[in-house]
Design a protein around this ligand. Structure first.
Ligand code: SAH
Length: 249
């Protein structure tokens, strides 16, 4: 039987696009699980290994955490793209490379207790939880804190403790921390965070007077309590804001 031009054309199209055309849907179908796993592996190879992310536990964690579960449903097909993505409330989940870079910068170890300021989606906290002993994370926006807490619980990340509040003040009850990772940009390094860092510990924080001139700084605290800071990467993070009525320090 001779095929019509239209059928021949349809047969030449990729199956998914054809299915979409026939049912006249507007958005592409959600990616299947196996394609997400492939996308994640490709992300590790193309975005991380090729850019000097060498820490084996960090690469393994980035290959395991289902980043697509941390982004809004309509952005799932872009979850493994080489860029930050919006997560609502004018906030973003960081680019995979930046998450890996910051995690590598604190030289994470299984026995470490880590503080994160700026939970956002909870993705960075999940990556940390794959490697370290305990993760304490603080989020200013109540809805984001609630969503991240539920998401992390659902995904089985029991080592992550989420708190709503002003992370500028740290988490004094749980201090001191082996490392502190700040995922919002500040114009100075908050003094309470320096105090809550263990001697010998490392903090990584975006610092700059404006988001156009912001650097990721790695701050180490010597055994004598003195700090030393290095600018390691130009970045652009959403700002660290203060909770209304929060003490200045
Ligand atoms: N680490 C996140 C992305 C962080 S975006 C992730 O993996 O998805 C920065 C987050 O910092 C935002 O959610 C913002 O609300 C939060 N934030 C800003 N100022 C804060 C503060 N003082 N304390 C705690 N969180 C803060």
């Amino acid at each position: 039987m001779e095929r019509t031009t239209a059928t021949r054309w349809l047969l030449q199209m990729p199956a998914l696009a054809a299915a979409c055309l026939l049912s006249s849907c507007e958005t592409p179908p959600p990616p299947t699980d196996s394609s997400l796993v492939e996308q994640r592996q490709r992300m590790v190879e193309k975005q991380l290994k090729s850019r000097a992310i060498k820490h084996q536990a960090v690469l393994a964690a980035m290959g395991r955490v289902p980043r697509h579960q941390f982004v809004p449903e309509k952005l799932r097909s872009s979850a493994y793209a080489d860029r930050p993505l919006p997560i609502g409330h004018d906030q973003t989940i960081s680019q995979p490379y930046v998450v890996a870079f910051m995690t590598q910068a604190i030289e994470p170890q299984a026995k470490h207790r880590v503080l994160e300021v700026g939970t956002g989606s909870g993705y960075q906290a999940a990556v940390l939880a794959e490697i370290v002993g305990e993760v304490y994370t603080i989020e200013l926006i109540p809805e984001l804190a609630k969503q991240a807490k539920e998401r992390l619980k659902q995904l089985g990340y029991r080592k992550v403790h989420v708190k709503q509040g002003d992370g500028y003040l740290g988490w004094p009850d749980k201090a001191p921390f082996d490392s502190i990772l700040v995922t919002c940009g500040a114009d100075h390094v908050p003094e309470p965070l320096i105090e809550q860092l263990k001697p010998g510990g490392t903090m990584v924080i975006p610092v700059g007077k404006s988001s156009a001139n912001q650097w990721l700084e790695v701050i180490t605290k010597g055994k004598d309590g003195k700090t030393n800071s290095r600018k390691v990467l130009p970045v652009r993070f959403v700002p660290l804001r203060r909770e209304k009525g929060s003490p200045a320090k």
